[in-house]
Design a protein around this ligand. Structure first.
Ligand SMILES: [Zn+2]
Length: 269
């Protein structure tokens, strides 16, 4: 995986186009100076206000991590997320190591919620970079086997949930990470969750296991399974809570001959 090194450490923090804000700010100041009751200046003021509202609608200029204005992703939040992976000890026992890029809190949690619940897909490359960095670190630490191919398998998302959110963000993040790491890393979206599985939010570890028992399956029509000594397989998810989804996913993959080498998530709850 020599290509891993070519982009290691690169950080894309989203668009921090402060020029747009400055422009809007200047428009506001101009409006305050020139607005008088009636006449041509009030027409300009109305145009300026409309333009500002349009800018706010098109470009949400609030940091997804801390809500500071003027940027979609601020430097402080970007720095806060630059951690080494940490080993997790999930309540549901896993047969392989599980690693998180950090705890599920602060700007990491806010940004994940913005991406998943509010469609902030502009955050996908940033999370892709974090995931790529984590995979490189784990490879350096010999926590991943030294194979010619690394396959990232996104944990399954209920299809209805994915559609509602405008696509599966975990798969998109995995694809972004793979694109940054080079051609020896690929994404195989092998898993799906049955429609009858409930959203596991709010369920206990025990109930999550019951909810998912038999609910994760390999997608029909998959012919190119990552098997063999030249393939390392990493299960990817956004948040690991109890480990129930990871455990069921690993068992499902094992049933079709795919051995998972590690679980890597963006945040450990
Ligand atoms: Zn921020």
């Amino acid at each position: 995986m020599a290509e891993l090194w070519s982009t290691a450490g690169r950080m894309r923090c989203g668009d921090s186009d402060e020029g747009g804000v400055g422009h809007a700010g200047r428009m506001q100041r101009t409006q305050r100076r020139s607005a008088t009751p009636g006449g041509i200046s009030s027409v300009f003021a109305a145009i300026a206000q409309t333009a500002m509202a349009t800018i706010d609608l098109v470009v949400p200029l609030r940091c997804a991590g801390c809500a500071v204005g003027g940027t979609r992703w601020c430097d402080r939040c970007a720095r806060a997320l630059l951690d080494d992976p940490v080993r997790l000890a999930p309540r549901v026992e896993l047969p392989v190591g599980a690693w998180a890029m950090g705890p599920y809190g602060g700007p990491r949690r806010s940004a994940l919620l913005e991406l998943k619940e509010h469609g902030r897909t502009d955050l996908t490359p940033m999370f892709g970079t974090l995931l790529a960095r984590g995979l490189v670190a784990l490879w350096r630490w010999c926590e991943l086997p030294d194979t010619t191919t690394l396959v990232l398998v996104p944990a399954p998302t209920r299809s209805v949930a994915a559609r509602r959110r405008g696509g599966d963000p975990v798969t998109a993040i995995a694809r972004s990470a793979a694109a940054q790491l080079g051609s020896s890393v690929r994404v195989a979206a092998l898993l799906r969750t049955s429609m009858w599985a409930r959203d596991s939010a709010g369920l206990s570890a025990h109930d999550r296991v019951l909810n998912l028992a038999g609910a994760v399956s390999v997608r029909r029509g998959v012919s190119d399974l990552p098997v063999g000594p030249d393939c390392a397989v990493v299960l990817i998810d956004d948040v690991l809570t109890t480990g129930a989804t990871a455990a069921e996913s690993i068992a499902t993959l094992r049933s079709v001959g795919v051995r998972v080498d590690a679980v890597v998530v963006l945040a450990g709850a």
